[in-house]
Design a protein around this ligand. Structure first.
Ligand SMILES: NC(=O)c1ccc[n+]([C@@H]2O[C@H](COP(=O)([O-])OP(=O)(O)OC[C@H]3O[C@@H](n4cnc5c(N)ncnc54)[C@H](OP(=O)(O)O)[C@@H]3O)[C@@H](O)[C@H]2O)c1
Length: 247
């Protein structure tokens, strides 16, 4: 029976992905910054383990507690919407700590066991903002675009050891990364000069033409984890698939 470790399972795409792998009979190590059994009850095949991807000691403890794993899903991420001009560089660093360096640190933590067993897959969740440009998310896009390049190169280097590296590129879904979580990070990031522009752009978010469902992402992660064709990118959700096709 295979085991998947997923980061950021307290809500949104990570939570649904944990449920999806569990329903397909896998062992699931569902990690959360603050473990909450009310969202994901523990069972024989599902363990909730504490993990903050920005803390090396937390990463080491989670990997130790998990035992051998077959698939790592780097899903944990934070969003931020705002004009770059007024985004503090400290906030950009904070975003990169989770979305970029957290992914790299988690990947480094599992690679020795994957390489030794000559098996394993790393699935990195980025975003459709890497497929088509969007305003007011420059720092977020940068943090995810870095992981696109990272994963593309890593996939080639790991082929030598029969280890996979994949990208899942979800479209927009009003989960907490871009609602409560993102909004708290937006305060003061839309200065007066950008107000009417931001209103137009963000208005499109309120009634998007197509949205991604959490199940679209869980399904795409599942396909990426089980892929035997060498496909690197898995756009997830109708909006992301359309963007990928029009690129
Ligand atoms: N929603 C969208 O429209 C969208 C679109 C494209 C891509 N994405 C990406 O999809 C992924 C999942 O996002 P989501 O939409 O499902 O948002 P979400 O519901 O806010 O989930 C994000 C998860 O990441 C966790 N997290 C944040 N910082 C962490 C850290 N330092 N260590 C460990 N876990 C951490 C959060 O935990 P806490 O509960 O502790 O905060 C939460 O469990 C993210 O990488 C996001 O960038 C989202």
């Amino acid at each position: 029976m295979k085991t998947v470790l997923i980061t950021g399972c307290s809500s949104g795409y990570g939570l649904e992905t944990a449920r999806h792998f569990h329903s397909h009979g896998w062992n699931v190590v569902a990690t959360m910054r603050t473990p909450r059994e009310d969202v994901l009850p523990q069972s024989e095949r599902l363990r909730v383990v504490p993990l903050d991807v920005t803390r090396p000691a937390s990463i080491a403890a989670a990997i130790e507690a998990s035992g051998p794993i077959d698939v790592l899903v780097n899903n944990a991420g934070v969003g931020a919407i705002g004009a770059f001009e007024s985004t503090p560089i400290a906030m950009a660093r904070e975003l990169f700590e989770t979305n970029t360096f957290g992914v790299m640190a988690m990947t480094q933590a599992v690679l020795p066991q994957f390489r030794e067993r000559r098996a394993g897959v790393v699935v990195n969740v980025t975003s459709s903002v890497t497929l088509a440009r969007m305003p007011l998310v420059a720092v977020y896009t940068a943090s995810k675009a870095a992981i696109e390049g990272f994963t593309a190169s890593l996939a080639l280097e790991l082929e030598e050891f029969d280890v996979g590296a994949k990208l899942v590129e979800p479209g927009y879904c009003p989960t907490t990364a871009f609602t409560s979580n993102g909004q708290s990070r937006m305060e003061g990031l839309i200065p007066e000069g950008y107000a009417s522009f931001a209103q137009r752009v963000l208005g499109d978010f309120e009634q998007p033409a197509a949205v991604t469902r959490v199940s679209d992402v869980a399904e795409a992660v599942w396909r990426a984890a089980n892929d035997a064709t060498g496909q690197l990118r898995f756009p997830a959700g109708p909006d992301a698939v359309a963007l990928a096709q029009s690129r």
